[in-house]
Structures are given as C-alpha cells and as structure tokens.
Design a protein around this ligand. Structure first.
Ligand code: SF4
Ligand code: FES
Length: 376
C-alpha cells in the first residue's frame, strides 16, 4: 500500500491497540537525523536549540547498523534528514544499504549543497523520493528567513532531482512573513515538477518558539490562507496533491502529533539518541535511550521514554474521558510543555484545555518592542 508520497504504509491490521501502555506494534518509519550541520539558519528550525550538545555524529558503520536494526524491528520507511543530510559524505552508501534492506528511502533536504551529478548518484543507489523545502516564493524573503542566499540554489536542486527521475515533494513552512504568498509557493512547486506540495504552519517549539513574535500569523491571515489553499487546489486540480497542515493554535482542535507517541515512528538524532519525536529531547525527566548503547528494539518497546505517553493511560482530564482521545492522542506533548512547562497536560491548543488561554492571549509580536529574530 502507498501513501501520498508513494511510501509504503502499514496494513490496517497493525494499528496500535486501544488502551494504555501495552506492547507496541512495529514502527512504520525511522526518521534518521544524520547531522545537525546545515548551511541554512532558518528562524523556525526544528533542530534542538542546544546544537552544541550534538557535535558528535554516529559514523558510517554505526548508521548502517541502525538501519539494519530498524528493518529488523519492522520499519518500512526511512526518512533521511538533518540538518542537511547532503553534508554526510556517506549518504550514497547509507541509501544503498537501506535499499538492499528493502526500506523505502525519502531524502528531506534544502537542496543547497547538491553537487552536479549527485542527484543521479543518489537515484542510482536506490533513493525513492525527495522532499525539498522552499522558504518563500519571493527570493529576497526566502533568503531572509534562511539567513543565507539559498532560494535560487534550491530551484536548481529541484530541477536536478526531477531530471534524475526522482519523485519530488516540495514543502514550505508557513508563517506571517510568507502566508500572503502561499498560492505563489504552490504554483512555484508545481512549475518545478513537484508531484506533491506540502504547506504546513510553523510548529512552535525550539527555535520557532524563540521567534514566535516574528512568525505567528493573526486570525485573518490564517483564514485567508485557508481560502488560498482551496484556490490553489482548484487551479492545479488532480494533477498535483496539495497537502495543508493547518494552524492548530487558531482552530481549537489539536494535531495528532506523530500519530501518537511511540505509535508509528521513531527518530534517531545524530549522536544516536532515540526519540519519539524530533523535539522530545527538551522534555524534562525523559531518560533518552541510545541506538548504539541500548539498541532500537529495546528503545522502542521497553524504554521509559517511549512508554511515557504511549496509549491513553497517561492522560489527564479532559482527555481521559474525551471521545477523541484515540484519534488525536491528546495532541502534542512538546507543545503542552512549551506553553505550560508540563508535558503531561492536555495540549493547550485544544479548546477544552484548562490552559487554552495561554494559546489565545496576544503573542509578543503585538508588543511595541519585539525581540530580535534569532537564527540557529
Ligand atoms: Fe483531544 Fe484531549 Fe482535547 Fe479531547 S480533550 S479533543 S482528547 S486534546
Ligand atoms: Fe513532540 Fe509533538 S513534537 S510530541
């Protein structure tokens, strides 16, 4: 079975059982953060704020073993990301090994360091799909948010990937600075030959939380964005799938983050730390297992970190007695922590959360002296 990107999806029979922390089914996907090195400095980067803690990276042999462990655990999809995964000189070797293991491989990249001929090399090694980010449709604004002149190089990289015959998803992170050009972003992605466009509002943790004053859109911008997505879908019809991740802080409903904690995916950081989501390392009291010292199977099945918010037994009210708890999994633990200081409360994006006011009260952007933008 294939999902929107052509990646294999888990059969319905393998869905997580309802209830509390029972033995989890096999994970569907591994998010391999090969390195946090990156030529860009996006103001909403999903990498940890404390980047200096992650200078050490697993070597090639260790990553090869992580891939083998993942396949042994039942993983079907491999998402190679960073930082910028193209900066790993062993990327072709890792992709070739993943392909031998039968993993579907997706490269998540800015495209900026793509050397001539490398797209063909990666395709020949067995790469299945590329997801390339654009910051904006307008080059100056795109380069301003990236912190370097990147936009034109990204367009060139997108063309190299499609010329190499690789299916392409173009994704863009949406914020107050580029929302007005949402339609133009979708058009540019389609012009580049993307098979899929993914437009997603910023998630506010880490760097984006620090820059929330500069990034958070207002209510009218969010409503206009919804109309612009509908218009873009109309323009491009069946030809290209346009995915949209709405601004959950404005809607009153929560996103089913990671499709549930420890339920479908696991992430491995550059130093081998194994995490239930990319932002989980910041959560207090979480003892993070490591792929090299603990192994992926023990991390997934037995570690306190993965079992901490698995299932529904951990839930407080109002989630505990809510009809939606098996569908949205109580929202996002990292967002709950960011807004309230406690990762175990109902996501304050939910209109039923007792902390909802923390989400709806004015953000610092509306104060007269906004803090300067902080680049990673
Ligand atoms: Fe979801 Fe909890 Fe809100 Fe119910 S109360 S909608 S389970 S976040
Ligand atoms: Fe960590 Fe949502 S980003 S649970």
């Amino acid at each position: 079975t294939l999902d929107g990107t052509g990646a294999p999806v888990r059969p319905a029979t393998a869905a997580a059982p309802p209830g509390g922390a029972v033995r989890a089914p096999a994970p569907l996907g591994l998010i391999a953060e090969l390195t946090y090195r990156c030529p860009l400095q996006c103001a909403y980067c999903a990498n940890p704020v404390e980047l200096s803690r992650y200078r050490a990276e697993l070597d090639t042999g260790q990553w090869l073993r992580v891939l083998e462990q993942a396949r042994g655990l039942g993983v079907l999809q491999l998402h190679l990301t960073g930082g910028e995964p193209l900066l790993r000189r062993d990327l072709t070797q890792l992709i070739a090994h993943a392909a031998e293991l039968g993993l579907y491989t997706n490269l998540i990249t800015s495209g900026v360091p793509l050397a001539p001929g490398r797209a063909e090399e990666l395709a020949a090694a067995g790469l299945d799909h590329v997801q390339l980010s654009l910051q904006d449709a307008e080059p100056r604004s795109a380069d301003a948010i990236a912190g370097i002149a990147a936009h034109d190089r990204k367009l060139a990289a997108a063309r190299q990937f499609t010329s190499a015959g690789l299916p392409l998803t173009v994704n863009a992170v949406l914020h107050r600075g580029n929302l007005a050009r949402l339609g133009a972003l979708a058009d540019q992605a389609v012009e580049l030959g993307a098979d899929r466009v993914e437009l997603a509002h910023v998630q506010y943790y880490g760097w984006a939380w620090r820059n929330r004053a500069h990034l958070a859109p207002d209510e009218e911008q969010v409503r206009q964005a919804e109309r612009d997505v509908a218009a873009a879908r109309e323009r491009h019809g069946e030809r290209v799938e346009i995915g949209y991740v709405p601004a959950d802080l404005h809607g009153g409903t929560v996103k089913p983050c990671m499709n549930g904690w420890g339920r479908e995916q696991l992430a491995v950081a550059p130093n081998g730390d194994v995490l239930p989501c990319l932002a989980a390392a910041q959560l207090p009291g979480l003892t993070v297992p490591n792929a090299v010292t603990d192994g992926l199977a023990a991390s997934w099945h037995d570690s306190p970190a993965f079992n901490r918010f698995r299932g529904t037994d951990w839930m407080p009210e109002p989630c505990r007695s809510c009809a939606l708890r098996e569908l949205d999994h109580g929202g996002c633990r990292c967002q709950a922590y960011q807004f309230t200081g406690d990762p175990a409360v109902t996501d304050p994006a939910c209109r039923l959360s007792p902390h909802r006011h923390l989400v709806t009260e004015p953000v610092p952007a509306e104060t007269p002296t906004p803090v300067p933008r902080r680049y990673r």
